[in-house]
Design a protein around this ligand. Structure first.
Ligand code: ATP
Length: 643
């Protein structure tokens, strides 16, 4: 068996396992088990995914994100959808023409023809039926097209996020990224599912109706164009501008709501500990209030525009009734033509209103795609060179050659750092907070590239090798280990999902996690909650160490946890560290001198520089900064022992 089943898996122990004594039964009732087995047996096997992830986006992914590009990937569905729209537009507008013929040819007093009336009624029915059938298929094709395009877009944006460097996620608010992936993508969903088709359909309907109006009666059509259209166009321009502003506010509002929400959720412990709930509720109320106001504003302009254009329509009809009625009385217009004209005029306003409303959806979709495009155009700060070579299996000699680095231009964090680490050597970085210890580690893992100078492993500049080949030989244990939702086993085999059960068991045993696992209700199958919040920090650290052990990296970067552990846990973690560091090149960011002392050499950092370098004994003998720190530590330890 392997632990590669992926995260978020099912209940521990699989289906139908009897519940533990004392716990309520939460499995599948025996009478249903056979049916479940039958269902599972008939489920198709999911073939291994063909998805290939490349650190550098391929050519198709590099093309700019546009709606047209997304849609034209499915030309068949697009053409079919367009054809169906044309059929709907023509078929649904034929009715009034049939009414006109029925009145003029079948209902003129003295020349009535029942046959004409029946034929026109049947023709009306057929045209409505054709339009309804076409609408049904258009909805289906449009829905399917939207589903595929949304799927492509989600994968594309997510894959792009996976390529971006650490710096992007440090600078960008999580809520904003979430709103790109949720509300912006949802906006497009609306546009693609129905909006675009409606936009084309209503536009086409207007063209069809305009042609019919002019062929029915040029004079009346002309009055319509001169009287009604300018007012309608004016109102529509006002509406589109006002709604653009409104929807911009709505989008910013939802991004703020999500940002505030995600921050409150992530910081829930601190919020509770510092009694900030009331303050947070007030802040959230303000953010939600701004969002509500933005929605109210768009509601308000919709309420003005909809009835306003309807009023224009009614006024237009009144004028046309007067003019058209006079023309009928003077026998210059047939009654059938006047009726048809009125029917068409009614239908003329509906598409304009729908068109303008769909324009909103279109606007929202366009602005979402602009935001998503900006996200997709964000270049990873750390890029893999197109001719990067595969890093061969390494010995682990790490060299910093005159390395300087700044997160922000003009504010150097590391200055002219030189350090050579031999394969298998452990170097501990010690020094005051903010000295640049973690930054040096981030350069080795290539989360960032040096501003000047270079970092090499076995003589290879890190910028010349592929990220995959580099990182597959590196192990990283961060200060706050991150556990994913899933079982403990899956978390340990995170870097090597293909690892066998025996290998996982070995890692567990070697880092001294056995006792912890035995205490868990389902051993390695115990499900940990998101970020491992249900485990103690010592347990989380041991799991992270087991994860690093199982990955068999040649080089380890270890940020020692600052949290205070009890003596027993500390001893266990130190023992686990000894196992882990054996025969590996390791950078150890040490917050405790007791940890630093275990390293082969200690680099004392301050203000972005290495100010002392040597073994514990050498540095103590040298009587410099380290000796000072050591003396303070010893006297504190002695004082604590006396207390
Ligand atoms: P500690 O022991 O507290 O972890 P450190 O020695 O590891 O500190 P670094 O994390 O390397 O310190 O940070 C060095 C300096 O760089 C600090 O002044 C910090 O404020 C700054 N810094 C760290 N990350 C960023 C970032 N993403 N953007 C801008 N400045 C940063």
């Amino acid at each position: 068996m392997t632990w590669g089943g992926g995260f978020g898996g099912g209940p521990p122990g699989g289906f139908g396992r009897p519940s533990a004594p004392g716990l309520p039964f939460a499995g599948i009732p025996t009478e249903l088990q056979t049916r479940v087995d039958g269902l599972v047996a008939s489920e198709p096997d999911h073939a291994a995914s063909s998805l290939v992830f490349d650190q550098n986006a391929d050519e198709s992914e590099l093309r700019r994100l546009t709606l047209t590009r997304l849609l034209t990937k499915y030309p068949g569905m697009l053409v079919l959808s367009g054809l169906l729209i044309v059929i709907i537009a023509v078929a649904s507008q034929a009715g009034p023409k049939f009414t006109e013929i029925a009145i003029n040819k079948g209902m003129v007093p003295g020349h009535t023809s029942f046959r004409v009336v029946v034929v026109m009624a049947v023709a009306y029915l057929i045209s409505v039926t054709v339009a309804a059938i076409a609408q049904r298929f258009q909805a289906q094709v449009g829905g399917r097209l939207a589903a595929w395009v949304m799927n492509d877009l989600r994968v594309k944006v997510f894959a792009h996020l996976q390529r971006l460097s650490l710096g992007f996620f440090t600078d960008e608010k999580a809520g904003v990224i979430m709103s790109r992936m949720t509300s912006d993508i949802e906006n497009l969903q609306q546009l693609l599912q129905d909006g675009l088709a409606q936009l084309v359909l209503q536009g086409l309907t207007m063209v069809v109706i305009t042609i019919i109006l002019f062929t029915t009666d040029v004079r009346l059509a002309f009055i319509t164009v001169v009287l009604i259209i300018p007012a309608l166009v004016g109102a529509s321009i006002w509406f589109t501008r006002a709604s653009e502003r409104g929807y911009d506010k709505v989008r910013d509002g939802i991004a703020d709501v999500l940002t505030d929400l995600s921050e409150s959720l992530h910081g829930v412990r601190i919020v509770t500990a510092h009694n900030r709930q009331r303050h947070n509720v007030i802040r959230h109320r303000n953010v939600v209030g701004a969002y509500r106001d933005a929605n109210n504003y768009t509601g308000h302009i919709n309420a003005v525009y909809g009835p306003g254009t309807q009023l224009l329509g009614v006024l237009g009809q009144a004028v046309l009734l007067a003019v058209g009625g006079t023309m009928v009385l003077h026998h210059t217009l047939s009654i059938g033509a006047l009726v048809a004209f009125f029917l068409y005029l009614n239908r003329f306003f509906q598409p304009i209103q729908l068109l303008v409303q769909q324009y909103n959806t279109y606007q929202q979709g366009q602005s979402s795609i602009t935001k998503l495009r900006a996200l997709c155009d964000t270049e990873p700060e750390v890029r893999e060179s197109p001719d990067a070579s595969t890093l061969p299996p390494i010995e682990g000699a790490i060299v910093f050659e005159d390395v300087s680095f700044a997160y922000l231009p003009g504010r150097p964090v590391l200055e002219n750092v030189d350090l050579a680490m031999a394969p298998g050597e452990t170097v501990a970085f010690v020094g005051p907070t903010g000295a640049g210890k973690s930054t040096m580690a981030k350069l080795v893992t290539r989360f960032y590239d040096p501003t000047s100078g270079r970092v090499t492993i076995d003589g290879h500049d890190l910028r010349d090798v592929t990220m995959h080949s580099l990182r597959s030989q590196l192990g990283v244990v961060p200060q706050e280990p991150f556990l994913f939702a899933g079982t403990i086993g899956e978390n340990i085999s995170f870097a090597r999902p293909e690892a066998s059960e025996a290998e996982v068991a070995e890692a567990v045993e070697r880092v001294g996690l056995t006792e912890v696992i035995e205490r868990m209700p389902h051993g390695l199958d115990t499900v940990v909650h998101e970020r491992g919040q249900t485990l103690s920090s010592g347990e989380r650290q041991l799991i992270a160490l087991a994860r690093a052990f199982l990955a068999h990296p040649r080089v380890l970067v270890l940020d020692e946890a600052t949290s205070n552990l009890d003596l027993h846990s500390e001893t266990k973690i130190e023992a686990a560290l000894d196992v882990l560091l054996e025969n590996r090149t390791a950078i150890l960011i040490a917050h405790r001198l007791s940890t630093a002392m275990r390293a082969d050499r200690i680099a004392v950092t301050d203000d972005g520089r290495i100010i002392e370098l040597g073994s514990h004994a050498e540095l103590v003998a040298a009587g410099g900064r380290y000796a000072e720190m050591y003396e303070t530590w010893v006297s504190q330890a002695e004082a604590a022992a006396h207390d």
